[in-house]
Design a binder for this molecule. Structure first.
Ligand code: ACM
Ligand code: ZN
Length: 561
């Protein structure tokens, strides 16, 4: 770390560096002049605005965590060293902007100025103040923090006795490229405590993400409490044992499970909302349903019995599309899901639903007949039956003001009107959907599946599902697919996300090992213009992020390919 003398106090001050991840849209600096902060200086904010106070408090806390500098909360002090305010200087200059409709990206915009008067943070909305505070956090040097003098063995009165940070004079203006910047976590193959999910949220927020996609139900366990069906989570969340390794046929003999109460879900929703992250819950239907079928075998085509699955892969046992109780069940579950999660987007899964049972099931075939489904060149009867389910779910969600997301299989039987496609089996589903003027979230396995290994040497990593997805490959992703989509069609691409499936990820340390630093790479895909991206430059900015992870106590992959 470069240290330098601060002219005002003669103390050592460490410089801040705005070359952060994801890189802001525009950073103009004058590195010959600095504004220096130290303990006792103030952060000012509008005292009548609790949301701004919360964001000021976040900044205060982050500065202390990374540098040991203790700033004081000094509401309404116009002369404070750090000042937060709503309203962008650029908008004040351009008065005509007042009534203009802002894009979602523009709503998140912020400006930071550093000059002789201190550090000023401006944003149109509170979310922008939060993003700006994160930028300042990441610009900080990570200093050895002096322990409290009362702690045994602390006698040092040396260089960091009075930590100071020198901010180069600067004007930073920033806003994200995409409106959807997400990451998925599968809490169904393995169950993670709420504390781990809060850390996941913290890490997403650090990277400017705004969506956490929460995969809650699977063949291997049902994790969402449904009050009208109390047995569902109680019994459906527990598997008797788990296969060892890659479906070896050898099992560990350990009962395993857990679920989230609605109260816990709400707690996470609120925690995430304070960090400007929306939680999109996923109930994966009509396949991946062994957890539910175990409790309600009458909802399967054969009637069961069905165990909560103890192995990995895709089960051929799925919900019976012809049983009217199936729709009642789904509406009960998704109804409660909507009560708990305020998200505009609700994910109904739709992936990997084998049709073997439906082809043979008299109830399913009778339903297809009743609906008048006919096979055509593109769509089998059974795929259309799944579309009928999707359509019912979409109507149900729409009545509640929600938009339905489905994995790209939802295209197979003909996409419903308002459905959003999550393109995972490559980019083709996303391209097809965008051409049909449907909204798309890009999450192709080739760039976004962070359950894959990230280093060539597999033996140097914890056991994984297979594949190879290094940081550089994630970084190289361009979600707009400009060689195949027109500018108009590109408008339907909302953004991108990484997916963390957890068949082989059982512990929180492993979660963060898989996530970091690939989240750094996707965050530049999500936030930065494509002409700003430069992997060699990105690599020079990564070490400080890793210092922040160390300070946060987070695990990450040390290798980088
Ligand atoms: C998926 O990976 N099955 C969406
Ligand atoms: Zn059936």
């Amino acid at each position: 770390m470069i240290l330098m003398v601060c002219a005002s106090t003669g103390a050592w001050a460490a410089p801040a560096d705005y070359r952060i991840i994801p890189l802001p849209k525009s950073v103009q600096t004058d590195s010959t002049q600095f504004f220096t902060i130290s303990s006792g200086m103030g952060i000012a904010y509008d005292a009548s605005d609790p949301e701004m106070a919360r964001n000021a408090q976040f900044l205060r806390q982050w500065v202390e965590e990374l540098t040991g500098i203790q700033l004081a909360m000094t509401p309404d002090d116009k002369k404070a060293a750090v000042r937060m305010a709503l309203g962008l200087p650029a908008d004040k200059k351009a008065k005509n902007k007042k009534g203009a409709t802002l894009t979602e990206q523009q709503q998140e915009a912020y400006t930071i100025t550093v000059d002789k008067n201190g550090i000023a943070i401006y944003a149109r909305k509170h979310v922008g103040l939060f993003r700006a505070a994160q930028t300042l956090r990441k610009a900080l040097p990570v200093l050895p923090v002096q322990k409290a003098a009362s702690e045994k063995g602390v006698t040092d009165g040396g260089a960091f006795a009075k930590p100071e940070v020198a901010f180069p004079y600067a004007t930073i203006t920033d806003e994200p490229r995409f409106i959807y910047r997400g990451a998925m976590i599968d809490c169904a193959r393995h169950f993670f405590p709420l504390e781990t999910l809060k850390s996941y949220v913290d890490v997403l927020a650090l990277h400017g993400c705004n969506q956490l996609h929460w995969h809650l139900t699977e063949d291997q366990g049902w994790r969402f409490e449904v009050k009208a069906l109390p047995e569902l989570a109680k019994k459906g969340s527990m598997r008797d044992q788990t296969v060892i390794g890659h479906n070896t046929g050898v099992y560990d003999g350990q009962r395993y499970g857990g679920y989230y109460t609605q109260e816990q879900c709400r707690e996470l929703v609120n925690y995430a909302a304070e960090r400007y992250i929306n939680i999109i819950p996923e109930i994966d239907l009509p396949g991946h349903m062994m957890g539910a079928l175990h409790v309600f075998p009458n909802l399967g085509c054969t009637g069961g019995p069905y165990p909560v699955w103890q192995q990995w892969g895709v089960s051929r046992e799925v919900l019976c599309a012809g049983n009217p109780e199936t729709m009642t069940f789904l509406k009960t579950v998704v109804g409660e899901l909507c009560d708990v999660f305020p998200s505009k987007f609700i994910h109904i899964g739709g992936d990997e639903c084998p049709k073997n049972r439906w082809k043979e099931c008299p109830k399913c075939q009778a339903k297809a007949k009743e609906l008048g489904l006919k096979e055509d060149e593109k769509h089998s009867i059974e795929n259309q039956l799944q579309t009928w389910i999707n359509h019912e779910m979409e109507k149900f969600l729409s009545e509640r003001g929600r938009d339905m997301i489905g994995w790209d299989e939802v295209l197979e039987g003909g996409l419903t009107e308002g459905g959003i496609v999550m393109s995972w089996r490559g980019i083709d589903g996303g391209i097809e959907a965008a051409k049909q003027h449907h909204r798309v979230i890009m999450t192709p396995t080739t760039y976004c599946y962070i359950d894959y290994y990230q280093l060539k040497n597999q033996s140097a990593q914890p056991e994984g599902i297979g594949g190879y997805l290094p940081v550089s490959k994630v970084y190289s992703f361009e979600p707009l697919i400009p060689d195949q989509l027109s500018e108009e069609e590109q408008q339907y691409i909302l953004g991108a996300q990484v997916n963390l499936w957890t068949e082989y990820v059982a512990w929180p340390q492993h979660v963060f090992y898989m996530l970091l630093p690939r989240l750094d790479a996707i965050s530049e895909v999500q936030w930065c213009r494509s002409d700003q991206k430069d992997f060699e430059d990105f690599k020079t900015r990564l070490p400080r992020m890793k210092q922040i992870y160390d300070r946060m106590g987070l695990n990450y992959c040390r290798g980088l390919e």
